[in-house]
Design a protein around this ligand. Structure first.
Ligand code: ZN
Length: 400
């Protein structure tokens, strides 16, 4: 949701312009202030940002994107294993022509991944099929050490669309092994019936398996040990659910959760509020404001924010008022700027209300209102512990 001032909006941000009565009420009943979810020097992504919002220090916890996705799929890494994200891609004429292999179907991709596992049986890698172009490759250390595997330099394929791929092949002591896997995948995929059929119908073939985003098993203290309460998470995004798995949270399944404007908002809220009969903390993640900002669509981002306000925050606020013992925290995991269509670091606004929260002067939820508060969590992962601990001891002004 968070963004920079937009010229078309007379220098206001989407949050300032969008009609958000529920979030404004959260801020008016409580406080609106800043926290920084992306530690200095780390890439501004959903993995780092969400870890911070969950109250975990990304510097101490984060090992890579793939292990979190692996956890979501029930794959627990051994000490000597490193998980890589494996994209099916289209490399042609020396260029990364498609980082999705033309959005290959899951059915097609599964056949290719099985063929890879058979053909590369003598290499220390096993592939786990996922959805569409998104798969995992788990490498067991042996001739190449775990440290070398974990530190090999890999490039996310979505960063080099239409660019020469050769300069971006894996580099470092483990680079040779990874390049061998990528090269061998080309032999397996070339002439495979799946690709023959794709080419016959004018679709790009999956020419290679591209490895990136690797890491060892993340080191996360279980949420209930860290905070003394149990929790649940609802999200359409594997990465966020993977953090939930690693933190020992209950991962709620909601049919029709798409990660876009057409997501099942009501289903997500119902699942979260239902979980609050069993646990003390529910994390509802909505992706649409981010996706629409990546598209550079001001109109859609405003809609995504207003939908979030009306369909998520408003029913939660109503529930909180009825129960009387619930705190609500509204927060983005990073800036996604319409101007650049990508993420940015820096502080973002949060709003918090509920029992024991002493209201500040804020009457609305926005970047500007948060700045005016003068309150900032420079280490963003310290915000949630503060919110939870002050609730447990029944303290009032947590932030004086
Ligand atoms: Zn994003």
């Amino acid at each position: 949701m968070a963004d920079f001032p937009v010229a078309e909006l007379d220098g206001r941000t989407p949050l300032e312009v969008a009609n958000t009565p529920a979030m404004d009420e959260v801020a008016a009943l409580g406080i609106c202030a800043l926290f920084n979810p992306i530690p200095e020097g780390l890439p501004p992504g959903s993995d780092i940002g969400n870890l911070s919002v969950f109250g975990y220090n990304p510097r101490a916890t984060y090992t890579g994107r793939a292990p979190l996705e692996a956890a979501r799929r029930g794959i627990l890494l051994a000490e000597n294993e490193v998980a890589f994200r494996c994209n099916l891609v289209t490399l042609a004429d020396g260029l990364m022509q498609s980082f999705t292999a033309g959005h290959i179907t899951t059915e097609e991709a599964t056949q290719l991944i099985h063929a890879l596992n058979e053909a590369l049986a003598e290499l220390p890698i096993r592939f786990s099929p996922g959805v569409s172009y998104r798969h995992l490759g788990i490498i067991t250390a042996g001739q190449v050490s775990v440290d070398d595997l974990a530190s090999v330099f890999c490039t996310p394929p979505h960063n080099i669309t239409d660019q020469k791929y050769e300069p971006h092949l894996p580099e470092g002591p483990a680079g040779k092994l990874l390049c061998a896997v990528i090269e061998r995948s080309a032999d397996v995929f070339r002439g495979h019936p799946v690709n023959q059929a794709r080419e016959a119908s004018g679709k790009p073939p999956a020419t290679h398996a591209w490895l990136w985003g690797q890491g060892r098993s993340p080191i996360m203290e279980p949420f209930h040990e860290r905070f003394g309460i149990r929790g649940a998470v609802v999200s359409a995004v594997d990465l966020v659910n993977g953090i939930g798995v690693c933190a020992g949270l209950e991962v709620l399944e909601v049919p029709g959760a798409t990660g876009y404007l057409d997501t099942n908002y009501a289903g997500k809220v119902a699942a979260a509020l239902d979980a609050l009969d069993r646990v003390d903390f529910a994390y509802v993640h909505v992706e649409a404001p981010d996706e629409t900002a990546h598209e550079g669509r001001l109109d859609l981002k405003l809609q995504a924010i207003e939908d979030f306000d009306a369909k998520i925050v408003a029913p939660c606020l109503e529930y909180a008022k009825e129960r009387g013992d619930v705190r609500i925290l509204v927060a983005p995991d990073h800036v996604t700027a319409l101007s650049t269509k990508t993420h940015a670091g820096g502080a973002v606004p949060f709003a918090l209300c509920g029992p024991g929260i002493v209201p500040d002067a804020a009457v609305s939820y926005s970047e500007r209102a948060a700045q005016d508060s003068g309150l900032l969590f420079p280490d963003g992962h310290e915000m949630l512990p503060c919110v939870i601990q002050s609730a447990r001891i029944g303290a009032g002004a947590i932030l004086t």
